[in-house]
Unconditional design. Structure first.
Length: 317
């Protein structure tokens, strides 16, 4: 019996020390219940006022709860998973949801969304290799963030001016590929990147961008359906712009403008942004509930040894 008492005492001591750690981290209230929140200021004031008038204070469950309003704020560091789910939740809140989606995205977009387009020239045997010669990056609003001519690592064999718009004159002020690559990748870091057939642009940059942070307008079923085209069809940026934006791009014989193409890709994305992000959210696997934020969870179970990693136990005990 004495041994069991000592064992129980040590276990209780560990229990109290771990509970103190959780309380310090804000995961456990002093009353010993995880996720417990203090009473709302409005409710406390109402109760005090009632008592001052000499009447009996109402029970908490008799006071009508205020209607919960979804905050439209979304952190600029939010992950693509969070962004897609945020759009989906807002979209399901009624007819006025599209306005809330736009409002919430205004906080997020300036530092989170960019569109890119690259122009390539031919190098190597018979000019069959494609290398970067110009890169343009625009913001969500279409403002130019980056637009520079780039000197390929290999000698240029074919300028492909009819499509690229690049001439020998442009290469006089071009910067070396490695310098341009470092500048561009610094811009794309942690961004959601929009583009058309964007894998060609990443290939020219010798770079791979995470798939969940990429929005390729050439592969979007939402855009193709809206344009009245088969989902499996290969559609050009020029045709999407003509069908959906009613604008003409890539005309004339002077080649394409990478700024214009990047701006057009962003316009197309913005046109179907809510539907696109909702489809992405619907395709995401269900998010498992967090035990810490589960109001039905009992705080005592999180003080068991199985919920405490060894390194955390060592640092807290």
């Amino acid at each position: 019996p004495q041994g069991r008492s000592k064992k129980k005492s040590r276990k209780h001591q560990r229990f109290m020390e771990r509970r103190a750690v959780l309380e310090q981290k804000g995961l456990l209230s002093p009353h010993g219940r995880l996720g417990t929140q203090t009473a709302e200021p409005g409710l406390e004031a109402h109760t005090t006022l009632t008592k001052a008038n000499g009447s009996v204070a109402p029970r908490c469950d008799e006071v009508p709860k205020p209607k919960r309003v979804m905050s439209v704020s979304l952190s600029p560091s939010a992950s693509p998973d969070s962004i897609a789910r945020h759009h989906s939740v807002l979209l399901s809140q009624g007819n006025g949801s599209s306005k809330r989606v736009r409002t919430s995205s205004l906080i997020l977009r300036p530092g989170k969304y960019v569109a890119i387009d690259c122009e390539m020239v031919g190098t190597g045997p018979k000019g069959r290799l494609s290398e970067l010669a110009r890169c343009s990056v625009v913001s969500y609003d279409g403002d130019v963030i980056y637009d520079k001519y780039v000197q390929p690592e290999l000698p240029i064999v074919d300028y492909r001016t009819r499509w690229s718009g690049i001439t020998k004159q442009h290469m006089k002020n071009a910067i070396p590929f490695r310098a341009a690559q470092a500048e561009i990748l610094n811009i794309l870091k942690d961004k959601i990147v929009v583009g058309h057939a964007i894998h060609h642009d990443f290939q020219a940059l010798k770079y791979f961008h995470p798939k969940d942070r990429t929005r390729d307008t050439s592969q979007s079923p939402v855009l193709k359906k809206r344009a009245g085209l088969p989902v499996g069809a290969n559609v050009s940026l020029k045709n999407l712009a003509r069908f959906l934006l009613h604008k003409k791009i890539q005309v004339g014989c002077r080649g394409h403008s990478s700024v214009e193409d990047a701006q057009t890709a962003m316009e197309l994305y913005r046109l179907v942004e809510v539907q696109w992000e909702k489809e992405l959210a619907d395709s995401l696997p269900p998010r498992p509930p967090s035990p810490v934020t589960d109001p039905a969870a009992d705080s005592s179970q999180y003080l068991d040894d199985q919920y405490w990693p060894t390194d955390l136990m060592a640092s807290s005990l």
